[in-house]
Design a protein around this ligand. Sequence first.
Ligand code: B3K
Ligand code: ZN
Length: 882
Amino acid sequence: MSVTAKRRADYLPPAFSIPLVDLTISLHPTKTVVKSKLSVKRRLTKDSVKDTEKNDGNKSQPLILDGNKLSLVSVHINGTPFSDYTLDDETLTLNVDTDDFELEIENHIDPENNKALEGLYLSGGAYCTQCEAEGFRRITFFPDRPDVLSVYTVKVIGDKSFPMLLSNGNPIERGENPDGTHFVTWHDPHPKPCYLFALVAGDFDLLTDTYITTSGKEVALELYVDKGKKSQGTFALASLKRAMKWDEDVFGLEYDLDIYMIVAVDFFNMGAMENKGLNVFNSKFVLADQDSATDDDFFNVEAVIAHEYFHNWTGNRVTCRDWFQLSLKEGLTVFRDQQFSADMTSPLSNRIKHVRVMREHQFAEDASAMSHPIRPEEVIEMNNFYTVTVYDKGAEVIRMFHTLLGPEGFRKGMDEYFRRHDGQAVTCDDFVSAMQSTTELDLTQFSRWYSQSGTPQVSLAHNVTSNETGYVHTFTVTQNTPSTADQSEKLPLYIPVGFEVIDEDGNRYRDDSGMIQNDLLIVDAPEITITITCDAKKLTPVLLGNFSAPVKVHNELDTASLLTIFAHSQDAFNRWDAMQTLYNRCISELYENPTATIDSGIWAGIHAAIDSEIDNIELLSECLVIPSFETLCQSRSNISVQPLIDARKAFCRQFSTQLEAVLLNAFNGIATQAYSYQQDAVNARRCKNVLLSHLARLPQHKDLVISQFDKADNMTDTLGALKAAQSLPADAFESLMAKFEEKWRHDPLVLDKWFALHATQPREDILATITMLSEHPQFSMGNPNRVRSLIGSFAFYNSERFHNLGGEGYKFVTDYLIKLDALNPQVAARIVTPLIQWQGFAEPHQALMKAQLGRLLNHKGLSKDVFEKVSKSLAYDNHSSH
Ligand code: B3K
Ligand code: ZN
């Protein structure tokens, strides 16, 4: 195993380019034959060679190809057998002195036994590929790096029991072979990096449609799903058309091939993959209907379909120069899919959803040993860097460009980016420079967001004095980024901080020198001071409207001020956030003093808030959600897990008891309507289900839960009832779960929900339950969705049992990861995340978690995926304890 880190600073351009790739792939479960014919050209420049005295402009460089788990059969150069090469576990080095030649390589691979689901694999009865980031090297020998762009022609040969043979681009020939197999040849005219290569072969149900682009081009749309699942594919196909239209309307971007294909498979390491013209999807993000999918599932299907489609421009037409630049395509594409979802559904609930991800997961990553800037500096296993930092914080950085430049300025910058870089593999600096060329604003300091890791803390101090003109309010805003595992020194960032100042009646105030523009204050120095002179003695500053920057805010406000914000802020996001702060504060009170009772004034305030929003159920439902344990952790250190969980539970119980009447009234006031995935109906169901979860804590409302479960005609309400039932006595919950399993045991995606509901139950015997469930006939360690729903849900979301003081939860997950890592390192490395995030917890948690990490590290044959995360986590410990 090579565990050497690659560094961004060491980038060298490729020594050879490969303009044409011609592949012939004869599928066989255990001995697939791959014949590749490459046109190879030496790049006669000095830049691809390390700068030494002997630099002869790349004349003497051998051709080094990546290759992993391949059996090499033969090598030919210009038609002649070639043997001057060396082969090791990772590379094939050809000692060629020619500058321009045709290279033919034949190798064999074993798709059936590929359980890592990277490269070409056979599962669920279909062949499929996953090449990003570095999976193409498991198919054939190639310079497996994103800056080598080639035009591909691919002939797929397979048995007729695989009637559909798919690859990128357009089909140009199909036919039968004398041996009874058949073939299809595909040609993709757009030069692409090999990570966008795809092949799928199988027997699917096919949904078809067409899309006419604004310029009048007709595109065939094809969606391939498992046999019998056709009706569950219509929503995804309709979503695709909405995404295509949106990208034309908002960014002027049209699709560029004659055909766009999406294939849904059950075995997939992540959500989906944007292979050129042939997206491969986890079926979880394609299949949806009223009976089996929740509103959240519908939302996710549309968002992921759009995300992969948007990659066609941001990722495929303009791709990354090297993998350190991943956020160039991911941050930007996540931002684009967020904007799309906001336009299709609702801006507020979308924003809140994304902010929750930042606060629950990204802030935690920043605080851990895996902290990295959105453009990482050093990587051992690239797959470990498809992170909430690169994706979601990356999207927040793009959002700040959008905020600072405005929608039109941002569009201009994007147009310039495509004008300059279409067809190229580029860097984040290239993106910034395209944006810079269209704006007066100096983006130099702003671009530090790409190189600096960690979560900045923005704090506000507010003082009031009076003079003859009135009250003088002085607001001092400071920024500070605490040092992180990867970076000790931090520089001041350019932070757009949403800044609204209101009095008790909701009147808004401008600052004396007009530094607040469009409700934004630019904080670009360690400290910024503004003043407001006015008649009001009490002013409430409201910071970070719409989460204008990915930072934590420290703004001491009393309860009255938080309620003033809720009542009067112009920004609905701020109103939601004020309630979250209020709840967080109450939970702190109960954490400090478990027998405390929350002041009746607070309940009165929350009661009034609910009453005031009874007709605004979208905001109301968001405001009724109590911050999760994970969110609570982000504003605390040295956390004693059980006391914090108990404090949250106690607050929830008081919430239900104190507000029972108003909650029940709201619940009964929301009319149930026939199911449709329309925003109003979604909002109504969401609000009802949040209310139900509060009412379910009170024994007298048990029947509400059971009745909703029995009557539900859609998965949203069924699952809402089951989640609420987690607070009922165990026998009631178990009986509903048994009925659910009886009805849905044939449907793997629904069964995943059932596994997850079990795994997140904080019952004492949960580990025995999970062990039993892992023997369920539908469970398989080879299927990432099953593993994530059972083991992942436990590790990420059953905090009470995962962090059990005896350490059994940590040990259980570790035992499982040791087995899983041998099969699928990528999925194992994901699930190890909660275990490496020990920093925030008090002893004995830290010691117990580290003991398990130590076991992992000592395990022979550990993958480099898990090794990277575990070794960094333990090294951080040594570093921080010195
Ligand atoms: N680009 C892929 C993710 C690839 C993950 C590789 N481990 C999906 C996406 O972000 O659209
Ligand atoms: Zn993506």
